[in-house]
Design a protein around this ligand. Structure first.
Ligand code: GDP
Length: 425
């Protein structure tokens, strides 16, 4: 078994969590390599329903080692709260099943505070941040002004470093935003509390991965969000502040040279988008509301109604390329079952010309969707488990997407449950 990355092709919320949950049994190590608690994977399995934010989805499988790599935004408090929540539903989490990189930077309470202050300052120009502190956190990481998880093991040195950062951070809090200055006692109390609880899980995860590789173990890399939210290749500035693309996985996990043999790109059978920014294929009104309801499209973290639209073949083809996907998992096909005609965004129109290449981000506001439609199948497909048992129109819809994006659709998901999928091996 080679190594695999499961990544989002679009705006996020494609259903990556359910694919990781499905496939973890084939892998020995599951690794989160970027992002923080600002998005959520929804997983439904024998323990119940979960909205995971930072924990890798392999946490439900016994014997799987789950790693939070150096690339994640490590919010100790949120992580601990999430661990307690998951444990309360009967899932065991031990220092053997969860390992946290000592090189992961800590997302501190002031990052969350700054996120809120900046969004408030921007008012109607806000980016639609989930206010989890992700952007201020990654900015500080690039400025080399964060604490590393491994520093929790030397309290005196940690306190001295925290004091330096606090002095610097208070210039921004008070001078730029007119907020109250942060206090060292409060920060240390927070670090002592949550750092103390999580220290047993923190270790040199590069070594864990190196040893696992030497022992022939297989890795599953789990991304948050999707290609269109990638800091370098997404719809800037409506992106996240890290790199959800698969090629960042080796860096953010802690073993830069590790090979990824398969990239499973997760694509939803229609489009959804949380937050602000251009969303060319967006639908409005009653049609949109029906799709939103049918697909239960409300944010896992925020509960916000998601913006919805037909599948966007222009954006999806671009996402497949940026993720270097080798196969596709198409999710939520069942949600379209009621439609007599299924709308498809085949191309964009930009300044009177039709284009099929995803344009530079600032041009997206001028793009209009060129819509076509294909006939629906109008029957329940949620119990179908074999490709040949899908209605012909459903198969044609999948084949049409496959052709347009140039990548084989190997998994077709027809329900949220673990076994509700079709494998086209
Ligand atoms: P992620 O962040 O990419 O994991 O996406 P979400 O957490 O937003 O997951 C998508 C939602 O759709 C979750 O509530 C899943 O349980 C659900 N889901 C995933 N696949 C399917 C599917 O094939 N059909 C239906 N009806 N729901 C699905």
């Amino acid at each position: 078994m080679g190594n695999c990355a499961i990544v989002g092709i679009n705006w996020g919320d494609e259903g990556k969590g359910r694919m990781v949950d499905l496939l973890t049994e084939k892998y020995d190590v599951v690794i989160r390599y970027q992002g923080g608690g600002n998005a959520g994977h929804t997983v439904i399995n024998e323990y119940g329903k979960f909205a995971l934010h930072l924990l890798p989805s392999g946490i439900f499988r016994r014997g799987v080692v789950n790693i939070l790599g150096n690339g994640v935004a490590l919010d100790l408090e949120n992580l601990w709260t999430e661990m307690e929540q998951v444990r309360s539903q009967g899932v065991e989490i031990t220092p053997e099943s969860l390992r946290i990189s000592d090189r992961a930077s800590l997302l501190l309470p002031w990052h969350r505070q700054l996120d809120g202050l900046e969004e408030a300052r921007l008012k109607d120009r806000a980016y639609g941040s989930t206010k989890q502190g992700i952007a201020p956190f990654y900015s500080d990481k690039y400025q080399k002004k964060t604490l590393l998880a491994g520093e929790l093991f030397d309290r005196e040195a940690l306190k001295a470093h925290a004091a330096q950062l606090l002095e610097w951070k208070n210039l921004t809090l008070t001078g730029v935003y007119g907020a109250e200055p942060a206090k060292l006692e409060d920060l240390m109390a927070w670090l002592d509390d949550f750092g103390g609880k999580l220290k047993p899980f923190i270790c040199n995860t590069t070594k864990v991965l190196r040893d696992a590789r030497a022992a022939g173990k297989s890795f599953l890399f789990e991304a948050q969000l999707g290609a269109l939210r990638d800091l370098d290749f997404g719809i800037v500035p409506y992106t996240t502040s890290s790199n959800p693309i698969a090629s960042y996985a080796p860096v953010g996990s802690g073993l830069p040279g590790v090979a990824i043999d398969e990239v499973i790109g997760v694509v939803k059978a229609y489009s959804t988008c949380v937050g602000e920014g251009p969303f060319v294929c967006e639908m409005f009104g009653e049609e949109a509301e029906r799709l939103r309801k049918a697909g239960a499209e409300y944010g896992a973290k925020t509960g916000r109604p998601r913006r919805v639209g037909p599948i966007d073949l222009v954006a999806t083809r671009y996402g497949v390329e940026m993720q270097a996907a080798t196969v596709i998992a198409l999710t939520k096909l069942d949600v379209l079952s009621d439609l007599a005609e299924i709308p498809v965004c085949a191309r964009y129109e930009l300044d009177g010309k039709e284009i099929d290449e995803f344009p530079f981000p600032t041009l997206l506001d001028r793009c209009r969707p060129v819509l076509t439609s294909v006939p629906g199948w109008q029957q329940d497909i949620s119990a179908v488990r074999r490709w040949e048992d899908l209605p012909e129109n459903a198969r044609s819809y999948v084949a049409m997407i496959e052709k347009a994006i140039g990548c084989p659709i190997t998994y077709v998901s027809v329900g949220p449950e673990r076994d509700a999928y079709i494998y086209r091996g």
